[in-house]
Design a protein around this ligand. Structure first.
Ligand code: UDX
Ligand code: ADP
Length: 461
């Protein structure tokens, strides 16, 4: 069958893979090809064991793969036959030179732009999918148009999916944002991309802007979301001192419809590949433009997150009589959130490293993230074991620290776990997902986030 359009995506990661699978599912009239320089990743996309765990993804891939969805490593051929090219290669924070630790490292991006130019002999629409600093499209345009044989139009189309709910978010997005130049050719390219999404997204949810607003909106969306988490986490510290209950406070505050109730769960800290990276990127941009007050304001969101993680470790240390040396601590979860195996920037990495510095022995368990945990903690000096079964992991431990809000941790037999642990037994609930009173009644000393601890020790006089 002849396809109406050829869509290519460069980069088969957490963004590119699921997004293209959804486009292929919803648009059988298009041929969608996903390429990556990593042959192992591509082999996994072509197998029964996909490289990422995402609820619902297997079914979408199975339906479209081989029909109009293809994964391979032939980047050049992919470019040649494509009409629309999505770029979703990684853009990590720079680790060297100017802007190290803050700005985005654009080397993979620039390589891709040059590769597109070299292999194109028909006009193409290039779509930025990776989160990028504002004005990247301009740089992309300059690389593409210098010495090129064909016209290119560069669009910004940031991805707003959240891991763990990617399929739901892609199928029914709050909005699709498309930025373009407001020239005749820019508007034409914009309309072509709108037409792709209009196959399943209602027209009123597809919004269009100029390129720079679109690029900036992505950074600002993540900054606002992260800011809410840091705001409630900052309040959790106050609640612990003031004997207030952060869940009660967030419920009361969130019921104001101007504030809204989502993203107000106090936690051990936010993680994920986007929040910290995007905020620091924006902070760098503000400093570049001389807006130091604005930069400091947003940097505070990241600082509170670091503070929250450190505070969690200090609370553990203090509660367990100021020494963790030789104690066995079980981490329930290592992923940065539930329903994903992704551990990028997971607070569990920081906590695990700090607990090792305190010379605790770690038992780490997680239903999907143990392989990534092993990679993250490679080379860390300490006594660390990785155990799939949570009961085995907790047995013989002095404490459990909940790092990830996996549903399964709410449903465990804590009576059985209590009996298998060293006494006094502690639970530090970094996600406030457990029934604290019930655990206390079983004999546990319970330390939630932002709520008074429940302990069996006599109060200090
Ligand atoms: C985020 C954005 O939500 C998404 O729109 C964007 O495309 C990519 O970045 P993601 O990183 O997948 O998505 O996860 P998200 O659900 O936003 O959670 C980020 C972190 O914040 C997680 O560690 C989560 O546990 C934490 N969090 C979230 C809280 O601690 N409390 C909350 O109330 C909400
Ligand atoms: P994200 O979460 O943004 O999707 P990932 O790191 O999961 O980020 O995915 C990015 C993917 O891009 C990786 O699989 C990486 O191998 C791929 N990649 C990076 N540079 C190139 C390139 N020049 N050509 C093709 N793929 C690339």
């Amino acid at each position: 069958m002849a396809f109406q359009k050829h869509i290519l995506c460069i980069g088969a990661g957490y963004v590119g893979g699921p997004t293209m699978a959804m486009i292929a599912l919803k648009c059988p009239q298009y041929k969608v090809t996903v390429v990556d320089i990593n042959p192992r990743r591509i082999a996994e996309w072509n197998s029964d064991l996909l490289p990422i765990y995402e609820p619902g993804l297997d079914d979408v891939v199975k339906t479209a793969r081989g029909r109009n969805l293809f994964f391979n490593t032939d980047v050049e051929k992919g470019i040649q036959e494509a009409d629309i090219i999505f770029v979703s290669v990684n853009t990590p924070t720079k680790t060297f030179g100017a802007g190290a630790g803050m700005a985005a490292d654009l080397q993979y991006w620039e390589k891709t732009a040059r590769q597109i130019r070299e292999n194109s002999d028909s006009p193409k629409i290039i779509v930025e999918k990776s989160t990028l600093p504002v004005k990247t499209a301009l740089a992309m345009e300059r690389i593409l148009t210098s010495d090129s044989k064909v016209p290119f139009e560069v669009l910004s189309n940031p991805e707003f999916l959240a891991e763990g709910t990617a399929i739901r978010d892609l199928e029914n997005p709050d909005r699709v944002l498309i930025g373009s130049r407001e020239t005749e050719s820019g508007l034409k390219a914009r309309a072509e991309l709108v037409a792709v999404y209009a196959n399943w997204v209602p027209k009123e949810k597809i919004i269009t802007t100029n390129t720079w607003s679109s690029e900036l909106s992505k950074l600002v969306s993540n900054a606002f979301l992260a800011q809410r988490v840091s705001s409630i986490n900052a309040i959790s510290a106050l609640c612990e001192r003031a004997e207030a209950n952060v869940s009660e406070v967030s419920r009361a505050v969130g019921m104001d419809s101007r504030v809204g109730s989502k993203f107000l769960n106090a936690s051990v800290g936010f993680g994920g590949s986007c929040f910290k990276k995007d905020i620091l990127n924006m902070v760098y941009l503000c400093r570049f433009y001389g807006l130091s007050e604005v930069a400091d304001y947003w940097e505070g969101v990241v600082k509170i997150n670091e503070y929250q993680k450190e505070r969690f470790v200090m609370n553990m240390l203090q509660a367990m009589f100021n020494t963790l040396a030789g104690k066995k601590i079980c981490l329930f979860g290592f992923a940065f959130k539930a329903d994903t195996g992704d551990t990028r920037e997971s607070p569990a990495i920081f906590i695990a490293k700090r607990l090792c510095e305190e010379r605790a022995h770690l038992m780490i368990t997680d239903p999907k993230a143990l392989d990534n945990a092993k990679t993250d903690l490679k080379g860390v000096v300490g006594d660390i074991e990785y155990v799939a079964d949570p009961y085995t992991a907790a047995s013989g431990c002095d404490a459990i620290a909940v790092m990830t809000e996996w549903k399964l941790y709410k449903e465990l037999d804590y009576q059985k776990i209590y009996h298998s642990m060293v006494k006094p037994a502690f639970i530090f609930d970094g996600r406030n997902i457990l029934n604290h009173q019930t655990l206390f009644d079983m004999g546990f000393n319970v330390f939630p986030i932002g709520k008074p601890p429940l302990t069996h020790f006599k109060r200090e006089s």
